[in-house]
Ligand binder design. Structure first.
Ligand SMILES: NC(=O)c1ccc[n+]([C@@H]2O[C@H](COP(=O)([O-])OP(=O)(O)OC[C@H]3O[C@@H](n4cnc5c(N)ncnc54)[C@H](OP(=O)(O)O)[C@@H]3O)[C@@H](O)[C@H]2O)c1
Length: 340
């Protein structure tokens, strides 16, 4: 089969389309013929090998353990392992190809990938493979941080900082689906998109600092983390919540060794004393449960994935560069269909 291969850490230029062996299928795994895979910032992390600490966290010390990038995909079941009960050949599925943290390659930028059945769900008929491939990782992180962090109730005020990005666009729509009043913050060119996704109010971060307004929120869902918590606290109700997703802006944060991890550890420590920071003991949905919830919301039309552009598998480098260098309005997708 054809796949994108990354032999060393570096830049998108180090990615090559090659002929490789089809993956083996474990008893609990499903072999999926990939129709679409999405490009997201965590793909950049593993392609660049930054922050360096990811090399000690399972990605591979001197080079990537799994040479094929990509974690989110949608496709058609080709065959199933002998313990698989939930899927059969011909099913249209979507999901994530890795189970642990996001800083490892998952083999999705290829014609075929082997995936554990629990990490997959049936693709809803009302969305395309490209749309389905854009959802799993960003949907999971949005769901984890929205639903359980705040026990969101109808009418509550939620601010999504970075609402026009991969995670933010789903968080915005989830918050709306739970009945919240949503303010979304992003750059000028993305404001119309935020409105079309259902934002009740939009703020242009190039013009206004949301922490200096008089409005107080029940939840601040912060993707870029461009203000310190002390500033965000000003915009929170006393019993409000703050959750940080964090974005290194493709290396622009300059935190080459540990990335944003020290910042997360600081917030985790502070959460013992500051009730607006979520405690570490909050229960998280399993990946399987999250996929079921996301599938339901997609099917009901409560989440509409926005696609910026699609590239053939052979142009994975260009796709990655577009995400890093431009300001895509929605997700960047790689399609493997041309090579099949
Ligand atoms: N996407 C995933 O599947 C996934 C999964 C797990 C974890 N994560 C992590 O989550 C983080 C976010 O991922 P993402 O896919 O949402 O990234 P993204 O698509 O790049 O979105 C980030 C958004 O934040 C906006 N932004 C930048 N600076 C801002 C500021 N000062 N104020 C407000 N908005 C600002 C960006 O707009 P501009 O156009 O102005 O840059 C962009 O719309 C990444 O660090 C990633 O590692 C992502």
């Amino acid at each position: 089969m054809k796949a994108i291969v990354q032999e060393k850490y570096g830049s998108p230029d180090d990615l090559e389309l090659r002929e490789v062996a089809k993956p083996a299928v474990g008893d609990d795994e499903v072999l999926v013929r990939v129709r679409a895979a999405s490009v997201h910032p965590d793909v950049w992390h593993v392609v660049s090998g930054r922050p360096y600490v990811l090399r000690l966290m399972g990605a591979g010390f001197s080079k990537p353990k799994n040479p094929i990038p990509g974690t989110d995909m949608a496709g058609i079941v080709e065959s199933v392992g002998k313990s698989v009960t939930q899927f059969r050949p011909g099913d249209e599925v979507f999901g994530e190809t890795i189970g642990g943290h996001q800083w490892t390659n998952g083999g999705a930028f290829s014609e075929y990938v082997s995936v554990r059945q629990d990490w997959l769900a049936l693709k809803p008929d009302n969305i395309t493979f490209e749309q389905a491939a854009s959802v799993p990782t960003s949907g999971f992180i949005a769901l984890q941080n929205l639903r359980d962090a705040s026990q969101l109730r109808p009418g509550q005020k939620v601010l999504v900082n970075g609402g026009g990005g991969g995670v933010g666009a789903i968080a915005l729509q989830l918050a709306k689906a739970y009945g919240a009043h949503v303010t979304a913050v992003d750059s000028t060119s993305k404001l119309n998109m935020l409105r079309s996704l259902g934002a009740d109010q939009v703020i242009d971060y190039t013009q206004e600092d949301f922490t200096r307004r008089s409005v107080r929120y029940d939840l601040i869902f912060d993707v870029p983390g461009n203000y310190p918590f002390s500033a965000c606290k000003r915009a929170l109700k006393p019993d409000g919540r703050y959750v940080l997703i964090g974005h290194e802006n493709f290396g622009a944060s300059g935190k080459r060794v540990f990335g944003l991890l020290p910042h997360f550890f600081k917030l985790m420590f502070l959460s013992r004393f500051v009730k607006q920071l979520r405690g570490p003991s909050v229960s998280m949905p399993t990946r399987k449960d999250a996929m079921a919830v996301l599938r339901e919301l997609l099917e009901a039309g409560k989440i509409t994935p926005i696609i910026d552009s699609t590239y053939p598998l052979s142009e994975a480098r260009e796709a990655l560069r577009h995400m890093i260098e431009d300001e895509p309005q929605g997700k960047v997708i790689i399609t493997a269909a041309e090579a099949v």
